[in-house]
Design a protein around this ligand. Structure first.
Ligand SMILES: [Zn+2]
Ligand SMILES: [Zn+2]
Length: 376
């Protein structure tokens, strides 16, 4: 019986790389696959030949023997590799799930699987973000069932090998000359069944429990930052490590103070006479009271800044600044006496010359830009 040269079958050169052989085979397998060529005997023959050629050339050792001895070098006792339908189970990496070779749930069964990460959204007041906080949160988490120690089998009973698939987790069907693997329905691919399921977890082996986790919030944490609590996520499967718990922090805005990086910004209306005469006042801030000094003849919008009175840095090193912007506050009502006094003041100064001036682009710039210029 004359047999075609395997390199010719795949249409590759004798020095083709592994990758070239693989992709040449893939191309042929897809082209001649019986599903695409129903009832076409030539296509079927080509498909078989390609599979046979690949079973040799795709294997370094067999390829070397074939190169040296030809077909005789790779013939088994039965007179050649011929066509082994089960060959497809080895090709799933090449053909993938394209024709259902993937083996159902696929992947490596039984390997360790890392537990899922969990996310928890934590609301914090502005004050809590300033001082830092420690809080206990409750997270529902899947844990190993204590009753059955995670086996899923009722105490005194055990898992048994699935009678349907004999523990393989897969069922193989002969379809024409193809073997197609499917996940076993009875054991869902695990290869084992539980005749007496644990009543606590109903055979799952895990139960959902509210777990209390203490979270330390560092001072200075900002809105939308997240904390990672390593190993506090879901348990892993088959000896895999647990996932992580991510705590996403939502900081409520302060009524008055606005945070920009680690600086705090606030505006304070100051009586117009204090702006004119000078003075001082106490201001309560998240970091305690400060004395704000107002120089005489302070223009509207004057900034008074305090280094080290802003937010603590979440890194634990240093603090931002506190910037207080003084806004002239004109009284909405005046008593008769006050009006008189102001009249006297008005008469004491030269008649006001009220003239237009160009729009001051400076004043329209956002507060924080100017702060940056000043305290860069
Ligand atoms: Zn089964
Ligand atoms: Zn259980």
């Amino acid at each position: 019986m004359s047999r075609r040269d395997y390199y010719d079958v795949l249409g590759v050169a004798r020095n083709a790389s592994e990758q070239e052989i693989k992709s040449a085979y893939r191309k042929q397998a897809l082209k001649f696959h019986p599903d695409r060529n129903p009832g076409d005997a030539v296509a079927e023959e080509n498909f078989k030949q390609a599979a046979e050629a690949y079973s040799v050339l795709g294997d370094q050792e067999k390829r070397a023997r074939y190169d040296q001895f030809g077909h005789a070098g790779v013939s088994g006792p039965s007179g050649g590799p011929g066509f082994n339908p089960d060959i497809f189970s080895d090709f799933s990496d090449i053909l993938g799930d394209f024709f259902g070779f993937g083996g159902g749930s696929g992947g490596r069964r039984g390997g360790p699987i890392r537990g899922a990460d969990l996310r928890y959204d934590l609301e914090l007041s502005f004050e809590q973000s300033y001082t830092g906080a420690e809080t206990t949160i409750q997270i529902p988490r899947e844990e190993k069932c204590d009753t059955c120690q995670g086996s899923g089998a009722a105490p005194g009973s055990a898992r048994e090998t699935c009678p349907q698939c004999g523990g393989r987790g897969q069922l193989r069907y002969q379809q024409g000359f193809l073997v197609v693997a499917r996940t076993c329905g009875q054991c869902r691919g695990t290869g084992q069944i539980i005749p007496k399921p644990c009543s606590t977890c109903r055979g799952i082996g895990r139960v959902t429990r509210d777990r209390r986790v203490t979270v330390k919030i560092p001072a200075g944490i900002a809105d939308s930052q997240r904390l990672r609590l390593q190993g506090e996520g879901e348990h892993g499967a088959a000896g895999g490590p647990p996932g992580d718990l991510y705590v996403l922090v939502h900081v409520h805005a302060h009524q008055f103070f606005r945070r920009e990086e680690d600086d705090l910004l606030v505006e304070v209306p100051v009586p117009f006479h204090t702006m004119a005469l000078g003075g001082s006042f106490k201001l309560d801030t998240p970091g305690g009271a400060v004395d704000v000094h107002v120089s005489a003849s302070s223009p509207n919008g004057t900034l008074v800044s305090f280094r080290g009175k802003g937010m603590p840095s979440v890194t634990g090193h240093g603090r931002g600044a506190l910037h207080v912007r003084l806004i002239v506050d004109v009284p909405k009502t005046l008593t008769k006496d006050q009006r008189k006094l102001l009249d006297q003041f008005a008469k004491s100064v030269p008649p006001a010359r009220i003239e237009p001036r160009a729009v001051d682009a400076e004043e329209d710039r956002p507060f924080f830009d100017k702060v940056k210029d000043l305290f860069g």
